[in-house]
Design a protein around this ligand. Sequence first.
Ligand code: ATP
Ligand code: MG
Length: 550
Amino acid sequence: MENRPTTSNFIRNIVIQDLESGKHKEIITRFPPEPNGYLHIGHAKSIVLNFELADEFNGTTNLRFDDTNPTKEEVEYVKSIKEDVQWLGFEWDNLYFASDYFEEMYNRALLLIKKGKAYVCDLCPEEIREYRGTLTEAGKESPYRNRSVEENLDLFQRMRNGEFKEGERVLRAKIDMTSPNLNMRDPVIYRIVHESHHNTGDKWCIYPMYDYAHPLEDAIEDITHSICTMEFEDHRPLYDWVVRECEMESQPQQIEFARLNLTNTVMSKRKLKQLVDNGVVDGWDDPRMPTIAGLRRKGYTPEAIRNFCREIGVAKNQSVVDTQMLEHFIREDLHAKAPRTMAVLRPLKVVITNYPEGQVEMLDAENNPDDESMGMRQIPFSREIYIEQEDFMENPPKKYFRLFPGNEVRLKHAYFIKCNEVIKDDEGNVVELHCTYDPETKSGSGFTGRKVKGTLHWVDANNAMSAEFRLYEPLILDEEQEEDETFLDQINPNSLEILQGFVEENMKDAKPEDKFQLFRHGYFNVDTHYTTEEKLVFNRIVSLRSSFKL
Ligand code: ATP
Ligand code: MG
């Protein structure tokens, strides 16, 4: 991977200390997604952090599927997560499934029961909630809290055997119902779920809860630094309790950092799934989605996403990052890489009346004026061309330097043309322009006779290829997403605009995921789903300019 400047952060400092003090000889991190949806840009932050930290100090990173909940997890998600991590440019040292540890987790639960640290509770979910108390009120002990070890072992065995219905019984850690930390008030650590699991099938009908399973997964894998987001800060005492009371040899350290939030973006798999399920978007990889698959399909590169993740840094305070910052990094990456080309998105035909009928000439154009090594191409020019509808006005305001009756403009890579006549249909819409060109003004000929203020892009009408252009606006109108459920009311009805236009014919060999800078329009990516042999379909990744400054 490319050289990167090492930016310091508090987690990296902890790692350096732990290596220097000899607490650890080698660090082991993990990226632990639950396979209940596709990865999003927030996950990328965690991936970059975990993999690059281990990489920098010659450590190890595991990809671990945290698949302890059979109801929401699917093999499709496992596959997509692996693809996305690799596409971002990372290789895991080990691939694990938390569900492979179910037997070990069960045995550790038996240990807790034998130590008098866990009990089977018959309260229903509502009662458990009621007994838990509140931040200002201590909880009440469950009447089942003091069952004997024998009875607990028997009931837990029977839970595993499938003798009870969902919600009828749970296994709880026996900690402290008066703790000021609600997470420590005898949390549920196993529940009954009669559903098939994507990995273990019907072998189990009891499943460990996140707060019990996660520390064990980390300890089993000898994770040294278990990095998670801030909402787990209050769970850390429970994390440490589980590692200690289950007598795990390895003692991972949980460290929390602020999750990534982006303006005009929902960022939770649960909400993203709703967008997919309600048909608001046409799949997890819709270019409007903040998923890795969506960003990729829109045209983002792994480099741009990695650079963005490094730039936002790692801290504990919550903030919302401007989406324009993400856009900055794709512009920066493609500015150097993407060949320039011309396309007309909303075509208006121009007939050059003094250009010989049937003649076609080839004009030279550089593929990237900033990089000679990207070479030249030839663009056909003839009597009929298309320009952009918005580059003509019949009655222009002051300072309009594009085409209007009597005005002369430069055609990029070609000649000056002057508008003489405007052809309209019965309703008065402009359908065609008649212009003349000046053969003296050919681009590159050194012509200095006179200057014009406007330069327009164009394509040759007889040789251009039809193409579809998909332009995107933010999917969510709300700039900042609150933790509410109203985001479905905040959907931007104009998040996608589809246009039918033309591109230069020399783009005929473009392949899905090829990226171009379309002169004056921005950076575009050839779409992977809609492009056919007959027609190229382009997603606009980003426009050319923004006021955003790093
Ligand atoms: P979601 O609510 O989107 O499902 P999650 O935290 O439940 O997110 P997991 O699959 O459990 O998703 O997350 C895998 C890892 O990615 C965790 O370590 C989690 O902390 C991290 N992660 C998830 N969302 C973000 C985010 N927005 N910013 C940074 N890290 C994140
Ligand atoms: Mg989750």
